[in-house]
Design a protein around this ligand. Structure first.
Ligand code: AGP
Length: 608
């Protein structure tokens, strides 16, 4: 996730671009840059670090002009550094990009063969080269971008500026957001509405597969195939603060709704949408790495630990390799037996959690191989690991992890399928069936999100509870732990997650008519056993809230049901966690807590 901005008008645009980028900084903040046309040439300025670094650079040596593009970056390809910051330039062309170009490796090879040299590690730089090739051959900027887009596979929102035209920008969108702002003698473009609001409240949302040319006079929009698009602007009535959260009341709710996109971005370039095959080069773990693995040890804390539990179940199931999941905060303090032959998978959203970092370092010193599964590029855990499998959830602002958790589940599921194939414990047929279902999951998640209103009603029914239990078996046991953690961290309701089979060993004593018991009952290999556990709860008058993919399952047992679509067992957690996140969110919001910044907690825990 990155933020892009473009401006064509009559005012000095560098301050306008900077202000727009400030409104987009939530989308990425590891480096930033602008390209401004001064009437004669393009002036490009870039800086690593937060936006203030670019602001300082522009204050020291301003760039002038009334047409420009800007970018704030959240690294996906190439670590955060000035050379990887956008805009990327080739000849007369400068480009900013949000998204991932899936076929960038093959395009780069082809461009190198034509003598093109690359100055960055990004996938974006190829776009600048491709457009430059077309304009050098005589195409207009609009047609050059169109010809370039036809060669790209993946997600993009791009803005392109050319030295040859001081008053035009070309924009295009596919699977990454892009909106145009219409003003009086002014046109803007941005990744999100807040960046435009100071200059325009009339906006045109571009659709996938469309490109636009903007000048002071207005916009010309066409599809990639060349059909003209007439779309009237819509008036935005949100306040700036509402707009920054995409109209959602809290970042957490926005991030819950961003999950389908986070999963798509995490799969992108690694699972082919066309034929549902795995593209292992992007997985950060080679066949040679796999050959030497004796055991897999997951290290993580909090929500990431729950994702690690999911990874452990799936690795054992699909790749038949012994796997354990350890709390990183405990691991170092028991003189662990670990070394060569162990693959340590360090799972962390921030990549900076002190306990996970220290535990992974200790394992590395003892000879283990370290694979990081992190969301933040260039973070400490990514830097110390031998390899990294990035989740591409984009920046997560709410302290309660939601989209990063499901992106971790997706990454670890890919890893398990990959290892299963490498070790030949998973047949090509079964892997194919899994991957075909995998690419359906984002849309299935969207159907779960559509039930949010119903989940809010259920939340209202348990609003005043002091305690809650969450039960699941097999893969759903990690979901039960995560559901309980979500509820307690943002609503301050005491909640416990249990493996269903453990109920009779103690927690059943807590159950009475006042106790909400959230039971995960997807149709999977543990359903029958789970139903016996739910009967035990019902026999004590417990208030059962059932997460089901088949309403008939919980009939006569549940006070409320939360519905998810049926899926294959390994993917159930990706769907069943969503209503639990929503349930926690609504309970917290209705209780009036500070949802995005719960008391006593921090987004990144850098103390041991
Ligand atoms: C999640 O909602 C929590 N805020 C917390 O448990 C978090 O997952 C934990 O601190 C680990 O963070 P990490 O993923 O950045 O390592």
């Amino acid at each position: 996730m990155c933020g892009i901005i473009g401006y064509v008008g009559n005012e000095e645009c560098a301050p306008i671009l900077l202000e727009g980028l400030r409104r987009l900084e939530y989308r990425g903040y590891d480096s930033a840059g602008v390209a401004v046309h001064d009437g004669t040439q393009l002036n490009v300025r870039r800086a690593a670090g937060k936006l203030t670094a670019l602001g300082d650079s522009l204050a020291r040596s301003p760039v002038h002009g009334t047409t420009g593009i800007g970018h704030t970056r959240w690294a996906t390809h190439g670590k955060p550094a000035e050379r990887n910051a956008h805009p990327h330039v080739s000849g007369d062309i400068a480009v900013v990009h949000n998204g991932i170009i899936e076929n960038h490796v093959e395009l780069k090879h082809a461009l190198r063969a034509k003598g093109r040299e690359f100055l960055s590690d990004t996938d974006t730089e190829i776009v600048a080269h491709l457009v430059d090739i077309e304009t050098t051959a005589g195409a207009t900027l609009f047609e050059a971008v169109r010809a370039t887009l036809k060669q790209l596979r993946g997600a993009y929102a791009i803005a392109v500026i050319s030295k040859r035209d001081a008053h035009t920008l070309v924009l295009a969108k596919n699977a990454s957001p892009l909106v145009l702002g219409v003003g009086d003698g002014v046109m803007l473009a941005a990744s999100d509405v807040p960046a435009l609001l100071a200059h325009s409240r009339d906006v045109i949302f571009l659709e996938d597969g469309e490109l636009a040319e903007i000048t002071r006079e207005g916009a010309r929009i066409e599809t990639l195939a060349g059909a003209k698009v007439e779309r009237a602007p819509v008036r935005i009535t949100w306040s700036l603060m509402q707009a920054e959260r995409g109209g959602y009341k809290h970042f957490m709710l926005k991030e819950i709704h961003e999950q389908p996109r986070a999963i798509e971005d995490t799969l992108r370039g690694r699972v082919s949408w066309e034929d549902a095959s795995l593209e292992p080069a992007e997985m950060g773990i080679s066949a040679a790495d796999v050959a030497g693995i004796r055991r897999v040890v997951f290290l993580a804390c909090g929500t990431s630990f729950h994702a690690a539990l999911h990874g452990r179940y799936l690795l054992e199931g699909l790749a038949r390799v012994p796997a354990v999941a350890e709390l990183a905060s405990e691991f170092r303090y028991r003189d662990p037996v670990i070394g060569a032959g162990d693959l340590v998978v360090a799972v962390s959203q921030s990549g900076e959690t002190a306990d996970t970092l220290a535990a992974a370092k200790e394992a590395k010193e003892r000879g283990a191989r370290i694979l990081a599964v992190v969301n933040v590029q260039g973070s400490a855990i990514a830097r110390m690991a031998h390899g990294t499998l990035y989740t591409h959830a984009g920046p997560e602002i709410g302290v309660a992890s939601t989209k990063c958790f499901t992106a971790q589940l997706a990454a670890l599921t890919m890893l398990a399928i990959h290892l299963g194939r490498c070790r030949d414990t998973l047949s090509a047929d079964r892997a194919g069936a899994l991957l075909r279902e995998f690419v359906q999951i984002p849309n299935k998640m969207r159907t779960v999100l559509e039930t949010a209103k119903h989940v809010e009603t259920v939340a209202r029914s348990i609003l005043h509870t002091r305690d809650a239990l969450f039960l699941g078996r097999g893969l759903s046991s990690a979901v039960a732990l995560e559901g309980a953690l979500k509820l307690k961290e943002i609503s301050y309701v005491h909640a416990e997650g249990y493996a269903g089979g453990e109920m009779k060993h103690g927690p059943l004593a807590l159950v009475d008519r006042d106790m909400p018991v959230v039971c995960l009952l997807p149709t999977d290999s543990t359903l029958e056993k789970m139903l016996s556990n739910v009967q035990e709860v019902r026999a004590r008058d417990g208030n059962v809230i059932a997460v089901v993919d088949d309403e008939t399952v919980a009939k006569d047992l549940a006070t409320h049901t939360l519905r998810i679509p049926p899926t294959l067992e390994p993917f159930t957690p990706l769907l069943s966690i969503v209503p639990l996140q929503l349930l926690s969110y609504y309970v917290a919001d209705l209780r009036g807590t500070d949802v995005d910044q719960p008391r006593n907690l921090a987004k990144t825990v850098t103390v041991e």
